[in-house]
Design a protein around this ligand. Structure first.
Ligand SMILES: [Zn+2]
Length: 344
């Protein structure tokens, strides 16, 4: 099993200061992969900078030049959550280019699957707005790139970040060739992602939102994967699967209130990998979104790679969540979503 990873020190130069989304996240991931010997099992993929033309697949030119200008002036805050430094534009070009390269490597058969370990993250960024720590929508750009350059008929995006990927949803809301499925805490930032947002026009039904109550953990996520994501993916028959991989769903993460464990992430990845193997020759690309508890993040990403490599065991140093919540009941939510999307 050939598994690639995209990484470059340029991603550390997006300097956000005292912010939860900071360079220490990637440093913790890389040093954990090195320390555990996992990195040696992976094939490095070198990112390049996305071109303006590639960014324009998702973002308008005025927005792109605005981000470049803010960096040239030394950086600054774009909204209450999102900050840039002088090197952030360049890092963001390589983040978008990194996910493109990961998709190319998978499509060209250089690797079976790949994980782009990039920052800044992307799934909140819209065509004309930075938000939620995101500048360019790396995964949406790579999706459009793959649709165009490889003439793929259909791409599935699974987004298990704890936040709804409003930017990615918006990029494909009227595009029937992309099925966007998101699990997220709800109600929560950024406010979008209700079950009623299902796509528009010819793309009606190609957005599936699974808004979960705070306190949802491994049991609830696996239930949702088995009951909704698996049958929806099988029906859609994707030619490639991309994953917005956010690990802020972990119980130890301080930005949200979900209860997923490292073991839970591994099980979710195993299901997604099974879908890729069954439906699209294993073609699978992960892109890093959130995840702010460094121990949980590094362990979860190692577990993700272990699953992609087909390694028999994973390590879960943090274990299951201490009991903080009563297990939420999601049976009626699942039933409603299955009705809306005609999933039997
Ligand atoms: Zn997030």
């Amino acid at each position: 099993m050939k598994v690639g990873f995209v990484y470059d020190p340029i991603y550390l130069k997006h300097n956000t200061g005292q912010h939860p989304e900071n360079a220490r996240r990637l440093e913790a991931i890389i040093s954990h992969l090195e320390r555990t010997g996992l990195k040696q099992q992976l094939i490095p993929i070198k990112p390049c900078a996305a071109s303006t033309e590639e960014l324009s697949l998702v973002h308008n030119e005025h927005y792109i030049s605005h981000i470049r200008d803010v960096a040239q002036k030394g950086g600054g805050w774009l909204d209450a959550d999102t900050v840039m430094s002088s090197n952030s534009y360049e890092a963001a070009l390589y983040a978008a280019g990194g996910v493109i390269r990961a998709a190319e490597a998978v499509m060209n058969g250089e690797v079976d699957s790949a994980f782009a370990l990039v920052r800044p993250p992307g799934h909140h960024a819209t065509c004309e707005q930075a938000m939620g720590f995101c500048l360019f929508n790396n995964l949406a750009i790579a999706t459009k790139y793959a649709l165009t350059n490889y003439k793929l008929e259909r791409i599935l995006i699974v987004d298990f970040d704890v936040h709804h990927g409003n930017g990615t949803q918006a990029a494909f809301y009227d595009n029937p060739r992309v099925l966007y499925i998101s699990t997220h805490q709800y109600p929560f930032y950024p406010g979008t992602g209700s079950i009623k947002e299902t796509g528009s026009g010819a793309a009606e039904g190609s957005t599936i939102n699974i808004p979960l109550p705070a306190g949802s953990g491994d049991t609830e996520y696996l239930e949702v994967f088995e009951q909704i994501i698996v049958p929806a993916a099988i029906r859609f028959k994707p030619r490639l699967i991309l994953v917005s991989a956010g690990y802020d769903t972990h119980w130890a993460d301080e930005l949200a209130l979900m209860q997923v464990s490292v073991t839970g992430f591994a099980q979710m990845v195993k299901i997604i990998k099974g879908l890729a193997d069954e439906l699209c020759n294993g073609r699978l690309v992960f892109s890093l979104e959130g995840g702010y508890n460094l121990t949980a993040l590094a362990a979860s990403i190692k577990a993700t790679f272990d699953m992609l490599l087909g390694n028999a065991t994973i390590e879960d140093p943090l274990g299951q969540s201490p009991p903080r919540f009563e297990a939420p009941s999601i049976a009626s939510l699942i039933k409603k979503i299955k009705e809306i999307h005609n999933l039997s």
